[in-house]
Design a protein around this ligand. Structure first.
Ligand SMILES: NC(=O)c1ccc[n+]([C@@H]2O[C@H](COP(=O)([O-])OP(=O)(O)OC[C@H]3O[C@@H](n4cnc5c(N)ncnc54)[C@H](O)[C@@H]3O)[C@@H](O)[C@H]2O)c1
Length: 258
């Protein structure tokens, strides 16, 4: 079977949550495909490491700290991409947190607020500044929000996370209809169980056996890799998906089909 090998030569990409997991894989994939990449996170060591990995592989990437729940941080990070390279073409909004272990009636207001601030407001802020930069550059663009299978089907004890991921899908669809006429395509990826620090942490907190979880979350008994998400993200950001907008692409080894 063939493989899809995109080229983003001359393009500028912005990736959040790029210190690890899917964000890192997306940043490295963009850099390998020739894009200049501005990557951000709140984990400075991981972010710097991702940038160094991209540069060591011959790409161009710069890390800048940005908490996606802060408008000032996101505006400055997107602004740095434009100041350095003069435009913004693609963005993947992957930053999120998942910290719950309790039922709704036991959840704290603080936990709810932080989850919405990072996962939902963070996606709003990223879209806001990315869209503004794309419109200003006048070249159109493509944005991918990382939602979740939780955008359709909740998992136990994930009240705030599930609500935030439903919201991310709503934001995606709203932005898609408003900005398609202006030349920017907005889509979402809904990952299933992907082997990242977030999933490992969630299984550890709940005392779950990884193979049992992989069997439950996929039709093929394994977790996905961050690279399998990056491949989908780059396709959605490429001209090869020019007729795809407002779409929620499940990359979940059939979990939602079951
Ligand atoms: N791993 C899975 O199985 C899975 C499944 C469905 C959806 N997702 C979603 O995929 C995306 C990527 O998650 P992942 O699994 O790679 O997780 P991860 O924890 O490995 O990566 C998330 C990154 O976001 C960063 N981050 C957290 N808060 C931030 C903030 N306020 N500002 C900037 N960066 C921040 C973290 O430091 C981390 O580097 C998330 O949106 C997550 O909700 C993950």
């Amino acid at each position: 079977m063939g493989t899809f090998t995109p080229s983003f030569a001359g393009d500028v990409a912005f990736v959040t949550g790029a210190a690890g997991g899917m964000g890192r894989a997306c940043a490295l994939a963009f850099a390998a495909a020739g894009a200049k990449v501005l990557l951000c996170d709140v984990n400075d060591a991981g972010g710097e490491e991702t940038a160094a990995m991209a540069v060591a592989a011959g790409g161009e990437a710069v890390y800048r700290r940005a908490d996606v729940s802060s408008a000032a941080d996101v505006e400055a990070a997107v602004g740095e991409a434009v100041a350095r390279w003069g435009r913004l073409d693609c963005a993947v909004n992957a930053a999120a947190i998942e910290t719950e272990t309790v039922l709704l009636h036991e959840a704290t207001e603080e936990s709810w607020d932080r989850m919405q601030a990072v996962n939902l407001k963070g996606t709003f802020l990223c879209l806001k500044y990315e869209l503004a930069a794309m419109l200003a550059a006048g070249n159109g663009g493509a944005i991918v929000n990382i939602a979740s299978t939780n955008s359709f089907r909740p998992q136990p004890h994930q009240t705030a996370y599930t609500a935030s991921k439903h919201g991310v899908l709503g934001l995606t669809r709203q932005a898609a209809i408003d900005y398609a006429p202006l030349g920017v395509r907005v889509n979402a990826i809904c990952p299933g169980g992907i082997d990242t620090p977030m999933l490992r942490g969630a299984m550890e907190r709940r005392g779950r056996d990884p193979q049992d979880v992989a069997n439950r979350l996929s039709l093929i008994g394994r977790f996905g890799t961050p690279e399998e998400i990056a491949a989908a993200a780059l396709w959605l950001c490429s001209d090869s998906s020019s007729y795809t907008m407002g779409h929620a692409l499940a990359v979940d080894a059939g979990y939602l089909a079951r």
